[in-house]
Design a protein around this ligand. Structure first.
Ligand SMILES: [Zn+2]
Length: 267
């Protein structure tokens, strides 16, 4: 039986929800340029592959993915679709409210559009917890692997860099064109870094300007990082590390009592 909500009938879903102990995963990504070697849907696909593998292991349900994210800086290249954060907040809030009406009360949102979607997702989580009395956990691969990436010899989070490329190579090699990858190592900025794995992280995120992006397009077709030095084996280790953390998060949610789950609900 499929873990995907949209592949079950309503009747099957009710039974699956009980087995899942009311946990459902919502994969959120983006549709945006990913250099010359990765598909436009990379961020959403990464969230989907993590969601699917974890759902099989922990016997939970996965909602249909949100293929759109906040990507104004990537509009410099064709195929990118950006949705305003205020719209995204309302869409995911309505998804959570609908699922809550049908008994789901523990949500794990996987953010494949690493770091960039976090600001609006935090507002979604806070609102849902306050108004519906549900639990919402955000799972972002960049944060959930920050202790691990140095073991794989990965450089900082960039765009279509070795981190994403290796995971895609491991899971969907037919969609990766490594021979077309162009390297463009992430430049060091003293007081501006958004990579949680590095001591210099200043936790400030402002999307790059179109002018900044134009430069990365000229150098490496939109890539920032060193995708050429990656392998599928590294991708497997990275994927398994994230999966282990994700399953732990799900099991913690499943172990909550109903009183632990609910906060004071405000109307
Ligand atoms: Zn990406």
């Amino acid at each position: 039986m499929s873990v995907w909500l949209h592949e079950n009938s309503w009747y099957e879903l009710a039974e699956r929800r009980q087995r899942a102990k009311d946990v459902i995963i919502i994969p959120v990504g983006s549709t945006e340029q990913h250099g010359t070697h990765l598909p436009l849907g990379t961020d959403t696909m990464v969230a989907m592959m993590l969601a699917e593998d974890a759902a099989v292991e922990a016997d939970v349900v996965v909602a249909p993915p949100l293929w759109f994210g906040w990507s104004p800086h990537h509009m410099v290249l064709p195929g990118t679709i950006t949705v305003r954060p205020e719209v995204l907040i309302e869409v995911i809030s309505d998804v959570i409210e609908s699922l809550h009406k049908h008994g789901f009360s523990r949500f794990v949102i996987i953010n494949g559009h690493r770091i960039v979607n976090i600001p609006w997702l935090q507002l979604v989580a806070e609102r849902a917890q306050r108004l519906l009395g549900v639990k919402v956990v955000l799972f972002d691969p960049a944060y959930m692997s920050k202790e691990f990436v140095s073991k794989l010899g990965y450089g900082p989070v960039g765009r279509s860099e070795e981190i994403e490329t290796s995971q895609m190579l491991y899971k969907v090699p037919h969609l990766v064109h490594l021979e077309k990858a162009k390297d463009n190592p992430v430049a060091k900025h003293d007081l501006y870094s958004v990579d949680p794995a590095f001591a210099g992280d200043t936790l400030c995120y402002v999307p790059s300007t179109v002018k900044d992006m134009q430069r990365s397009v000229e150098i490496a077709g939109g890539t920032t990082g060193t995708p050429s030095r990656t392998t599928s084996e590294q991708g497997e280790k990275y994927h398994r590390h994230l999966l282990k953390n994700l399953v732990t998060v799900i099991r913690q949610l499943q172990g909550l009592s109903k009183s632990e789950e609910r906060d004071d609900v405000q109307s």
